[in-house]
Design a protein around this ligand. Structure first.
Ligand SMILES: Nc1ncnc2c1ncn2[C@@H]1O[C@H](COP(=O)(O)OP(=O)(O)OP(=O)(O)O)[C@@H](O)[C@H]1O
Length: 270
């Protein structure tokens, strides 16, 4: 479990990116941080692997304050996937995936064997192993990015708008792949997006942030849809509700959650 305890981040120029934020990220589940641009999502995510240190408050992983951990070691044990895949352009796909395990001391042979398995895991043909990132489509590059994030077999996977730069069809495919992967692997995933649909599709828990880095609401998609905390959340999740994958319907006098195809997805427990 990851715990954010009253974290605030003020950058040297006086920008307060995150203000007194507390929440827990349960293990083996997907938690999505969603909010408009500048609401502090990336800053919060980066506190977990100490790419950003909070100005006050603390972040704990399984009860241990990350401030006490060596940042380089910490980062090598946590998967990190970012928007533009972050692949090294002059290294082949397989080398991109095998690099971090080798930095951790695995032999080249073992790291490469594992990298090939990971290509299978993320649904990429092994024939792509020898290509350079520039020779892949955007969607394929993101899959390599996910494979690289998984290469050290981390308990925690941080994903910062990983599907933000691909077209909607590929994006939908990658989202389904992540759901499948997560059912199989059960990592503790912390995922950043500004897309509410994506947040509700992927998140077991959704954390809604607003500009200024404040948490407005935390809950399951069903809970948030059923009872938006305030007008801000209502506007945020309510916009374009007809298109929303999950929504509420009243049937037989009870409010139930149905998916985009009208199939019941659950009953609200209040
Ligand atoms: N190094 C920095 N120095 C100063 N201000 C920063 C720095 N990094 C981020 N900020 C500011 O902090 C605020 C939160 O940024 P952050 O990137 O965490 O937001 P975000 O919700 O991830 O936004 P986006 O969706 O646009 O990536 C913004 O106002 C941003 O400009």
């Amino acid at each position: 479990m990851i715990e954010f305890r009253a974290v605030t981040k003020e950058f040297p120029d006086g920008t307060v990116a995150v203000r007194d934020v507390s929440f827990e990220v349960p293990s083996h589940r997907t938690t999505v941080l969603v909010g408009s641009s500048g609401s502090g999502k990336t800053t919060l995510l980066r506190m977990v692997n100490r790419m950003v240190d909070p100005s006050s408050g603390s972040v704990l992983i399984d009860g241990e304050d990350v401030a006490a951990a060596d940042p380089v070691r910490l980062r090598r044990g946590i998967g990190y996937v970012m928007q533009n895949s972050g692949l090294l352009p002059h290294r082949t796909v397989i080398d991109n995936v095998a690099t971090v395990p080798m930095l951790r001391g695995e032999s080249k042979r073992a790291a490469r064997a594992r990298a090939l398995e990971l290509l299978d895991t993320v649904g990429l043909d092994r024939e792509l192993a020898g290509r350079y990132p520039g020779q892949l489509s955007g969607g394929q590059q993101q899959r390599v990015g996910v494979a690289r994030g998984l290469a050290v077999d981390p308990n925690i996977l941080l994903m910062d708008e990983p599907f933000g730069a691909v077209d909607p069809l590929v994006r939908a495919e990658l989202q389904q792949e992540l759901l499948r992967l997560q059912r199989q692997l059960g990592k503790t995933v912390l995922f950043v997006t500004h897309d509410v649909d994506e947040a509700f599709l992927l998140g077991d828990q959704v954390v809604i942030l607003r500009t200024g880095g404040e948490v407005v609401q935390i809950g399951s998609p069903e809970e948030i849809l059923a009872a938006p905390a305030d007008a801000f959340v209502e506007g945020f999740v309510g916009a374009d509700r007809g298109r929303r994958a999950l929504h509420l319907e009243e049937r037989d006098g009870r409010e139930i959650v149905v998916d985009g195809d009208g199939r019941p997805a659950g009953v609200l427990v209040t």
